[in-house]
Design a protein around this ligand. Structure first.
Ligand SMILES: Nc1ncnc2c1ncn2[C@@H]1O[C@H](COP(=O)(O)OP(=O)(O)OP(=O)(O)O)[C@@H](O)[C@H]1O
Ligand SMILES: O=C(O)[C@H](O)[C@@H](O)[C@H](O)[C@H](O)CO
Length: 170
């Protein structure tokens, strides 16, 4: 594992804090941040904005693109925010990167995340899609898992501490 330049996918349902935490983590670790949302084809964004959940086919090309992005940044390291809801999606993301990669899972309750989504302005993702995000989620058992009830500063410090303790790569 390349400890100094890790590839980290910050994962979880919509509104769990992937962008907020990913950006702060990237600042603290001095590596680049990419928001997976910026890599969705416009058809995917349109679908979500219309309140229709994405399916496996919609996500396939997007996940492959994010895997490529991770591979392109494997020397420099990168933090990538990506929902990565299913085990098979995480397999696509980590192809060719097994030893360099970590998943950070932001764990939170439906009610707390719904409250945050209702407060959030100017985002294409409607809060009504949150239930389908939870329905699709397969909770990872090998990720660095942190509660979203902590502050962003506390979450990122916990992630960094767990990265240091983590002996075996995913
Ligand atoms: N630890 C936290 N404590 C309190 N509020 C938070 C925390 N993390 C994020 N938030 C707030 O919750 C909302 C959702 O966060 P954010 O947009 O980062 O989530 P996301 O997972 O990237 O969402 P999406 O996948 O829909 O883009 C934002 O308004 C953000 O400011
Ligand atoms: O897999 C998915 O369904 C998508 O990635 C969503 O999670 C959104 O892109 C993201 O959460 C933006 O709100």
């Amino acid at each position: 594992m390349n400890d100094r330049n890790p590839i980290i996918f910050v994962m979880g349902v919509s509104g769990s804090g992937k962008s907020t935490i990913g950006l702060l983590l990237a600042e603290k670790l001095h590596i680049n941040f990419f928001d997976g949302d910026d890599f969705h084809p416009k058809e995917n964004v349109k679908k979500m904005a219309e309140g229709i959940p994405l399916d496996d086919d919609d996500r396939q090309g997007w996940l492959e693109r994010l895997n490529l992005l991770a591979l392109e940044n494997s020397e420099k390291g990168a933090i990538i925010a990506c929902s990565a809801l299913k085990t098979k999606y995480r397999s696509i993301l980590q192809k060719g990167l097994e030893k360099k990669l970590h998943f950070v899972y932001l764990k939170g309750s439906f009610d707390e995340i719904m409250a945050r989504l209702r407060q959030r302005q100017n985002h294409f993702m409607p809060p009504a899609l949150l239930q389908s995000q939870f329905d699709t989620l397969e909770v990872p058992d090998d990720a660095i898992t942190v509660s979203i009830m902590l502050t962003p500063d506390e979450i990122t410090d916990q992630v960094i501490a767990q990265l240091k303790n983590k002996k075996a790569p995913l």
